[in-house]
Write a protein that binds this ligand. Structure first.
Ligand code: ATP
Length: 216
């Protein structure tokens, strides 16, 4: 089984790329060969539990670290409060990340272990926006970086999220820089072109990954 960590800066097109991989695999001869794991989705799911109904480790740890005021009366994490807490304090943000990241990686590991038992599953793409920031790049067979220039990142994110370019710049500056990502990449998708061009690039990379997985 071939494991590929997919990463890239905010708004580089990670979701567009994983959606295309899924679409292209679904139309291939072996639709069951590809699985996508998304670290952001896992983190969201971990925080979606409730304190009142057999809370998972993430919910318990957030409660212990940040106290009951971060929870609604129904026992769920108050997303708005959590967001403002993270934005108001770098320390709080780091605390939450150090609590959450090991749990996310545990879930990724256990999912990969389970997939490795299935002979039909030969390619696993794990989307991890903060791959380099969490020093986990050595755990995977390949690293795929989705890359666009900073100006395009700002343009696409402000169009998608309707937020200010200063906020986007702040997020970009909190992430690893573009060149470091590129320096560590085995494969790079330049997503500065159209969505049609992206489709062609993803289709050709999918063929390449199929040939690598076949050799493994
Ligand atoms: P985030 O880091 O916020 O999770 P992301 O890396 O997953 O973002 P996407 O959401 O896939 O990025 O793309 C960001 C925005 O740019 C979206 O609105 C998407 O539709 C658009 N986009 C992605 N690729 C292209 C492209 N080649 N041409 C035009 N728009 C694009």
């Amino acid at each position: 089984m071939l494991t590929i960590a997919l990463t890239g800066g905010i708004g580089s097109g990670k979701t567009a790329v994983t959606d295309l991989f899924q679409e292209i695999a679904a139309q291939s001869e072996h639709p069951e060969c590809l699985t996508i794991i998304d670290a952001d989705t896992i983190a969201r799911e971990l925080l979606a539990g409730s304190l009142k109904e057999s809370p998972n480790d993430a919910i318990k740890a957030v409660h212990q670290m940040f106290g009951p005021e971060l929870f609604t009366s129904a026992g769920q994490i108050d997303r708005t409060q959590l967001r403002s807490l993270i934005f108001s304090s770098k320390t709080r943000k780091q605390q939450l990340e150090s609590l959450l990241h090991p749990l996310v990686y545990q879930k990724i590991d256990s999912t990969i272990t389970a997939l490795a038992q299935q002979t039909t599953n030969t390619i696993v793409i794990i989307s991890i926006p903060l791959l380099f920031e969490t020093n986990t790049e050595n755990q995977f067979d390949r690293i795929l970086v989705v890359d666009i220039p900073v100006e395009l990142q700002i343009a696409r994110i402000s169009q998608r999220d309707h937020c200010s370019s200063s906020l986007i710049n702040k997020i970009i500056n909190s992430q690893v820089d573009r060149q470091s990502r590129l320096d560590h990449a085995d494969d790079i998708i330049d997503n500065s072109g159209t969505l049609e061009e992206l489709h062609l690039k993803v289709a050709s990379l999918f063929q390449y990954y199929c040939s690598l997985a076949h050799k493994n």
